[in-house]
Design a protein around this ligand. Structure first.
Ligand code: S3P
Length: 188
């Protein structure tokens, strides 16, 4: 086993509150989040999946049937409910951290981690599936570029920023774990 392999048992109790992954569509929040939760032996929650379950339909259906603002209300309700203090990993939808009320709740009750990736990487990842309503309205690259301009300075307010470009998922998870350890030390 490689020396730097993350051992579930050795990485328990690193976090004492929720860790919330933020960043643009395609940054890897759900994929990395699931692995991070596994490495830290805490529950994994995907806020979009919670919304889908609560609404009983897909995110695209919510956007099409009720509009984006209803989706944002649901998103806020779901995420505020998750900020209860119990340690877990929460992957949020790309627009969640942009909502001031959500950002505020995360700042008070959680540690935020921005998974930062560059346009070509995001584009390659989002092109694998066609389930994101915001990307169905035009050229994906143009839309992502605009969202980068609008959102990156807000994601930058997260407690921790992690490069989520190329490289194995495991090394991104390891980077997050060491950043969280540093972060906890700072708070101690
Ligand atoms: C959105 C991102 C999506 C989803 C919704 C809106 C956004 O989540 O919440 O389509 O505003 O960036 P992912 O970032 O998980 O794709």
């Amino acid at each position: 086993m490689p020396e730097n392999h993350i051992h579930a048992n050795s990485e328990q109790n690193i976090i004492s509150q929720p860790v919330v992954l933020v960043g643009l569509m395609g940054a890897g929040k759900s994929t990395i989040g699931r692995r991070l939760a596994n490495a830290l032996s805490v529950p994994f929650i995907d806020s979009d999946a919670e919304i889908i379950e609560a609404a009983g339909c897909s995110i695209s259906d919510i956007f099409e049937g009720y509009g984006e603002s209803i989706f944002r209300d649901l998103e806020q309700r779901v995420i505020l409910r998750l900020m209860t203090g119990a340690p877990c990993i929460v992957a949020t939808g790309g627009g969640a951290f942009i909502q001031p009320a959500i950002r505020e709740a995360i700042a008070q009750k959680a540690t935020s981690v921005w998974l930062k990736a560059d346009l070509p990487v995001l584009l390659e990842r989002v092109s694998r599936r066609d389930n994101r309503p915001l990307l169905k309205t035009g050229d994906k690259s143009e839309i992502l570029k605009k969202l980068i301009d609008e959102r990156y300075h807000i994601y930058a307010q997260a407690d921790i920023t992690i490069d989520s470009n190329y490289g194995p998922h495991e090394s991104v998870v390891e980077d997050i774990v060491s950043a969280l350890k540093q972060w906890q030390k700072k708070d101690a």
